[in-house]
Ligand binder design. Structure first.
Ligand code: ADP
Ligand code: ASP
Ligand code: MG
Length: 449
């Protein structure tokens, strides 16, 4: 029998009627045996606010009440609320205890346990909705199988352990029922709850599909597939019926929020096809991400990643010397920061930082200690309010005329940095945040409309 892992994002499990629509999608395909859910829409944001150091008691109470309301709105609509109400109450009181504890102890382990609560609630409720439709289903605690390291807020999955734990604890359950489990969260070897970083549920689904050797992963969201650019930014954006793993990975890396950047890795390792579609309009179809695709256009899509930080490093030591970059990269690696784009000149290096590495509670990447360490061997200047626009496609580095076409569109914009050539699949420009939407729209109009 083939196996499909289906993931439903926050808006897809926002409330009772959204969950019902998604249950119908699951029940329409008997191969869908594993369902991965996000927290109901907005809940993780509320939990993130709850973990911030500066929330006062009054606001804390208000946040807890708002989170509880989302859960009770769903519980109240169930035919058998008594099946889940006690567990939901337990989770809600645990949230309250954890948020109290955070006042005294700002431990990252406590923060992650608190952030995991949205998915714990939504999985329990969604499983009840499926049962209500007459199909056996239970909620499964993903922490039994999704083993990670102990890097709270941005934990690294341990692929081999996940495969053996899933074979032992999860696979045997799949013949009899639909298993609903949590995205975004995992546990370290001591059983402490960890999180994979914001938007991590897509990644969880792909990791479980890899571990269970599934045939496909379905990502059900609020848009009917991957579009030529974010349809919220450009009303004329069109869905892409089929796209290669390479192109999709570049899109996700460069900001197409529809997929978490790491989602494609497990799919590539196991050659698992990925489908992206809308849970509100499944009949519209969506995008298939595959190893081989029929059409390989030069221009496939435009992606936007906001909120970029540019680090300018200046040092006379760089002149005819060796080892400056090695030293800089070692310092960044020590602080668990991966570099994104880089350009160099005689005595300057400019690099952008990869925000996808920032942690679930939204803590910034640039700590005081990192800046101090870098300042010991060079002059550091930090520029904010930048956005990265990436043109994604094929043979970009080896097709004549691409740059002139792109730069003619950008002639009225100040381009702060350009990167092209490392990959045949992208050309990136860094522009002021305030111009980003305009730049995306102009590029989209010129290249796709
Ligand atoms: P979910 O909660 O289901 O994980 P997300 O909000 O994380 O959903 O991702 C879906 C959103 O991604 C869409 O609403 C859309 O605005 C955004 N997005 C950005 N780029 C693209 C793109 N190229 N194609 C489709 N959606 C995109
Ligand atoms: N609930 C988490 C978040 O909002 C994970 C996810 O939705 O993918 O980031
Ligand atoms: Mg998402």
């Amino acid at each position: 029998m083939s196996l499909v892992v289906a993931k439903f994002g926050g808006t897809s499990v926002a409330d009772f009627s959204a969950m019902n629509r998604c249950a119908d999608i699951i029940l329409a395909n008997s191969n869908t045996r594993v369902v991965v859910v996000s927290a109901s829409s907005g809940v993780t944001n509320l939990l993130v606010e709850l973990t911030q150091a500066n929330v006062n008691d009054q606001r804390r109470m208000a946040l807890l009440t708002q989170i509880a309301q989302v859960q009770y709105d769903i519980v109240d609509k169930l035919e058998r609320p008594q099946d889940v109400a006690a567990t939901i109450d337990k989770l809600l009181s645990r949230m309250s205890v954890l948020s109290d504890e955070l006042v005294l102890d700002r431990s990252k382990a406590i923060i992650d346990e608190l952030l995991s609560m949205g998915e714990q609630c939504s999985s329990l409720l969604f499983s009840a909705v499926i049962r209500q439709k007459g199909t056996p289903s239970s909620a499964f605690d993903v922490r039994q199988v999704l083993r990670t390291d102990s890097h709270f807020g941005r934990a690294e999955p341990q692929i081999e352990s996940i495969a053996s734990l899933a074979a032992e604890h999860l696979a045997p359950l799949l013949n009899e029922q639909v298993i609903v489990t949590q995205g975004f969260i995992g546990a370290d070897s001591e059983g402490r709850t960890t999180t994979l970083g914001r938007g991590g549920s897509d990644y969880s689904a792909a990791l479980l599909a890899e571990a269970l050797k599934a045939d496909a992963v379905e990502i059900w969201t609020d848009v009917a597939g991957i579009y030529t650019t974010d349809p919220r930014l450009a009303p004329n954006a069109r869905p892409i019926p089929e796209i290669s793993f390479n192109e999709a990975a570049e899109m996700a890396t460069f900001g197409a929020k529809v997929l978490h950047p790491a989602t494609i890795l497990p799919a590539v390792r196991q050659k698992i096809q990925v489908f992206v579609g809308s849970s509100k309009a499944p009949e519209q179809g969506g995008t298939w991400i595959r190893h081989q695709v029929e059409e390989v256009p030069v221009f496939r899509a435009v992606a936007l990643r906001r909120d970029q930080t540019l680090l300018n490093l200046h040092s006379l030591q760089m002149l005819h010397a060796q080892g400056f970059l090695a030293e800089t990269f070692a310092t960044l690696a020590k602080h668990k920061i991966s570099v994104d784009l880089i350009t160099t000149s005689e005595v300057n290096v400019s690099l952008t930082l990869d925000k996808t590495g920032s942690d679930s509670s939204g803590q910034g990447l640039l700590s005081e200690s990192l800046l101090q360490e870098l300042s010991q061997h060079c002059r550091v200047r930090v520029e904010d309010n930048l956005a990265l626009v990436a043109i994604i496609g094929n043979k970009i580095a080896s097709t004549a005329g691409i740059c002139s076409r792109v730069f003619s569109v950008l002639e009225n914009h100040n381009v702060r940095m350009i990167c092209q050539g490392a990959s045949p699949h992208n050309l990136c420009v860094l522009v002021a945040e305030s111009e980003a939407a305009d730049v995306v729209n102009s590029l989209h109009q010129n290249l796709f409309e």
